[in-house]
Design a protein around this ligand. Sequence first.
Ligand SMILES: *Cc1c(COP(=O)(O)O)cnc(C)c1O
Length: 459
Amino acid sequence: MPRYFNVKKEVIIMELDSLSSLEKREILFTDIKNAIEVEWINTFKLPNDDAVTRSVLTMSDIDSAEARLRRFAPLIKMLFPETIDAKGIIESPLVEVPDLKKALNSEKIGANLSGRLYVKLDSELPIAGSVKARGGIYEVLKHTEEIAVKSGIIDSYEDDYCKLASPAARAFFATQKIQTGSTGNLGLSIGITGAAIGYEAIVHMSAEAAQWKKELLRRNGVNVVEYDSDYTEAVANGRAESANDPNSYFVDDENSTDLFLGYAVAAKRLKKQLRQQEVTVDKNHPLFVYIPCGVGGAPGGITFGLRQFLGDDVHCFFVEPTQSPCMLLGIVTGLYNNISVQDIGLSGKTYADGLAVGRPSVFVGDFIKPFLSGIITVKDKRLFEYMRLLWNTEKIFAEPSACAAVHGAYCWNHSEEMQNYIYDNHLNRHMENATHIIWATGGSLVPDKIRQEMLEKKV
Ligand SMILES: *Cc1c(COP(=O)(O)O)cnc(C)c1O
């Protein structure tokens, strides 16, 4: 059992500290450095009213993002026939997973989880097969709307957005570029959507990006630029290249409030799904949500949205790999994107390619602090065990990054920190009534052969 120091006091000191004296911070920092699994309870969390008052983004920002997605629904339906049944709305099911719960609670695993367990199947999101179908597509559409209004292709937000698929509109978009830097999934989302609208789409792919993702993009007419280096460099290069071209727009995963708001819309829709499934969320019925974290845009946006729509009764935890806990490191040191996991000797390498990020987003760390319950880290070895568990019990396939979220459900019974969270928040009498959601952030586009390899993988 790792030792933990008094996080509250130490973290405040750490915030004031420089990188060099960080070396002296023991326990938590040492555990992070040694790639030991930790469960960090966020001492900066605030009650919802206070958190919301301080926030520069608001509920009405989420509402207007949702309205924008509705304006585009007729076009989405036209460009992506797989969304016809959902009327052009890109959304995923929420499913209860009693057999997974039973397996997690088996003697061997010993999660001892009470309440109901659900999986949010963003792995099944249309078009991009991952959570990136939320933020990524949203930002492409927002940019498209802006330049379409400016160039007169549509004359207002009330216009018929199917005009955006006319030959004249497509000829215009062909003169415009859309670019992004990605470890894989954001590239799929931006590339596929951008190319479908008619843009010249360019995706700067870091070394860990899977070959099949590059091939899929090329089949969709996307220009894939490959790098031998990590994500940060792929993004930096793409950003610089795009900045030199007035007809180019760069979707910047390291610093984008548009992506963030696209993700946040999920929360509004989840609230509705919970109501439809008669899941109560209130003081006596807490909701726990576990979301895998890379740069933090997706889990940050979803967490921000959930706190806006469900208030203090929702408790959101990020999950990061032990080799790339960039958000945890950024927040506990107070250095955010000014420190990388490589700076403290971690490799940043993980089979969870969507989370293989050395540095968090520029703004998410600081922004999300008052809303977030905690961050836990997980070893790669477990990701494949969780993957098999999810597959064998529920026939749900999720990619390694997504499987990190299962660790949230596992942790309660194995962590003093998590147990303390229950008592400190007076939740002990309500855990029987709790709902847990594992946010399965990706998987459906993984080709069968690679799925099979992953399901058999031992790390
Ligand atoms: C990108 C991604 C995440 C994390 O999203 P961030 O915005 O990078 O934090 C989680 N899971 C999957 C499958 C992803 O592709």
